[in-house]
Design a protein around this ligand. Structure first.
Ligand code: NAD
Length: 633
């Protein structure tokens, strides 16, 4: 997700923060012990001093009987112990979900002060994350568990901070803004409200340990839900620490449950606890399983096989090459938005783009984590995939294709050089090859292809056959070209123009797939409202239909005093609308009869509060008008 924007922010600040070694020697480490919320020191976590991650349920931090040890992705040492709940320990989490009613912890009619409380929590949390010692703590903790360059890790913290800033003060209640439409008759009006689901679940992957869980968690809370959060165990330490920060900022401890478990146990909780909505971010394989198990009560942010098309207008080669390198290889390609397939117009193939890409990729090194461990594919799995691709007619290795050297990354993880394989466009489209070429490899790996000017329909056909529609980029300032591609594709987050990219979506962009009714979004007010609330319509219809109900109590005195003698209004006001002011002393609901002479003229009902002024519009007549107030039951 995030990336380029915050990267520039760091650069603009003149930061020299490029390597872990710089970090260790920097003065930031002295702050770590003074962070009141933190229970770990990111720099000190190691095999000899492992950190512990707990669960949070019904307002209490708890340990389970079993511990999962997480290997340090850089050296294999068991450096984090995660207290994991197994299938026998799920009851407190199921109970906690069932304690939250369907109408949520708050809604526009219930506990509205919570909207303000959450605005306040967001403000304090945003401020905390803006403190250098706190952003540094989280950036570094992210680096320990999901190794990426400091810039990339910092980008996550920065985007999270900006997101929280966006929902300070009244902005949370504005998310629940309603609207009204006039009805068919007096007293009728329909109102549309954003309604919570109540108990909900959030499941997030390993690659953005802070940004994805915080943005989805806060969105769920803002709209009035009670979330159960599960983050991939490999990286859950980051969110555990963030929850402690949120509590420090005033978030009630009972508002969020946090569970560490394997996928199977979480699946069981979802089936037994029956959250009204589950937001799943992760692979398409698990997404499809859960969509079936949960009978559709789910929204998905699943796999990305993201493409970029370089249009006919070749310009700013250096910049375009730099963005291609960032899109494909930053975070070692472990972004759901990473560039997986690059279509080059023949004009670009004649340029120096591939040479530039080759040298940019070659600059990446393990030292500063600009390339690093791949957490869900082994080295062999990625190289096997590459070898299968290289058997396709006309395909060739452009660069990379080798394991990283001189490292201690454990064998359960992958470590390869940034890699690009060229596959001819006609071959991609062949039945036997299509699935192989468009398989998402969550690592520093991309496919490159070329198209001639008259082959654009083949490019569009390739896009049409894909099943994942997350991010895309149309790199061209040719408006007709842009229009052709955008009009014939569906990706949810699509960048268009010379500076187009596939990654880097900050908090001010909608980020999510399109073309799937289950598709979720993250980041913006629209994404929060779509994912975390449903529409509820309340139709007010308060006016009785025919005659006034029987009088329960005489109001003779009041009625008499309301007789309006003839000719009271000035002559010019006759036969027009006039205003009569009534002061209602004791009734909260009453009906009003209007008599013109001896004829019953009309009947209306009003709800008001005692001592409230009531203005009535009636037709003034030369004849006496009698107004009678009748109380309702
Ligand atoms: N669309 C997006 O916004 C987005 C963002 C980040 C990552 N991703 C995708 O995520 C994938 C990489 O992440 P991953 O390998 O961690 O994904 P994954 O699907 O293996 O795991 C994601 C989460 O689901 C949990 N899980 C696994 N099986 C489960 C089950 N049966 N029931 C409940 N929970 C279960 C895991 O423990 C983890 O917390 C890639 O495909 C990537 O494209 C998508």
């Amino acid at each position: 997700m995030s990336g380029l924007l915050a990267f520039r922010h760091v650069k603009n600040k003149g930061s020299q923060r490029l390597s872990l070694s710089w970090f260790s020697s920097s003065g930031f480490s002295r702050f770590l012990h003074s962070l009141p919320f933190a229970t770990v020191n990111a720099e000190e976590v190691s095999g000899s001093k492992p950190a512990e991650v707990l669960n949070l349920v019904q307002g209490k931090w708890t340990r389970s009987s079993s511990w999962n040890t997480i290997p340090d992705p850089l050296n294999g040492e068991s450096f984090i112990k995660v207290s994991e709940v197994d299938e026998k320990g799920i009851q407190p989490f199921v109970e906690s979900l069932s304690k939250c009613p369907k109408h949520g912890l708050h809604n526009p009619f219930k506990a509205p002060e919570r909207y303000l409380m959450l605005g306040d929590v967001s403000m304090k949390a945003a401020h905390k994350l803006s403190l250098p010692e706190v952003s540094d703590f989280f950036a570094k903790l992210i680096q320990r568990v999901s190794p990426k360059s400091y810039e990339q890790a910092f980008a996550e913290v920065y985007v999270t901070q900006k997101f929280l800033e966006n929902f300070c003060g009244d902005q949370v209640r504005f998310l629940a803004r309603s609207f009204a439409v006039p009805g068919n008759h007096l007293g009728q009006q329909s109102h549309g409200f954003r309604w919570p689901y109540g108990p909900v679940a959030i499941i997030t992957p390993f690659n953005f340990p802070l940004e994805i869980p915080v943005l989805q968690l806060m969105g769920a809370l803002y709209m009035g839900n009670k979330p159960l959060l599960k983050v991939d165990s490999k990286v859950c330490i980051v969110m555990e620490q963030m929850l402690r920060l949120l509590h420090d900022c005033g978030l009630p401890v009972e508002d969020v449950d946090f569970i560490n478990s394997d996928g199977k146990t979480m699946n069981k909780i979802l089936l037994e606890g029956k959250p009204r909505m589950t937001l799943f971010t992760g692979s398409s394989r698990v997404a499809e399983k859960l969509a079936g198990d949960l009978k559709g009560r789910i929204k998905l942010e699943d796999a990305g096989f993201d493409w970029k098309i370089l249009g006919p207008d070749v310009q700013e080669e250096d910049y375009v090459a730099w963005v291609c390198d960032q899109d494909a290889y930053a975070c070692s390609g472990q972004k759901c938005s990473a560039q997986s397939l690059l279509f080059m117009h023949e004009n670009w193939s004649k340029s120096s783009l591939v040479n530039k890409l080759t040298s940019l990729a070659a600059r990446r090194k393990l030292d500063d984590l600009t390339v690093g461990p791949v957490l869900t594919f082994t080295t062999d799995a990625m190289l096997d995939h590459m070898n299968k691709l290289l058997q396709i007619k006309g395909s060739k290795l452009l660069f990379g294709g080798e394991p990283l050297q001189n490292h201690s990354i454990p064998a359960v993880y992958g470590a390869i050089k940034p890699t690009a394989v060229f596959v001819p466009l006609e071959e991609i489209l062949k039945e036997n090859n299509y699935e192989l070429v468009t398989k998402e490899i969550f690592g520093p790996f991309q496919i490159v292809t070329e198209y001639k000017h008259d082959q654009l329909p083949l490019v569009l056909d390739t896009l049409e056959r894909m099943h994942a529609h997350l991010t895309a980029a149309v790199v061209s300032n040719d408006l007709l070209f842009q229009q052709e591609i955008i009009g014939n594709s569906v990706n949810g987050t699509t960048y268009a123009g010379l500076r187009a990219r596939t990654t880097g979506a900050p908090q001010n962009h909608w980020f999510g797939p399109a073309g799937d009714p289950r598709g979720a979004g993250i980041g913006t007010p629209e994404a929060i409202k779509l994912v975390w609330s449903c529409h509820r319509e309340i139709i007010y219809d308060v006016v009785p239909t025919k005659s006034p109900p029987p009088c329960r109590r005489s109001l003779a005195t009041t009625a008499r005093s309301l007789v309006i003698p003839p000719h009271t209004p000035p002559p010019e006001a006759r036969n027009r609308c006039g205003i009569i002011l009534l002061v209602v002393k004791s009734f909260s609901f009453f009906s009003l009869n209007v008599f013109v002479g001896s004829n019953y003229k009309s009947f209306v009902g009003y709800r008001t509060l005692p001592d409230q002024d009531l203005r009535l519009s009636i037709v003034l007549n030369p004849e006496p008008i009698f107004l009678k107030l009748k109380p309702e039951a």
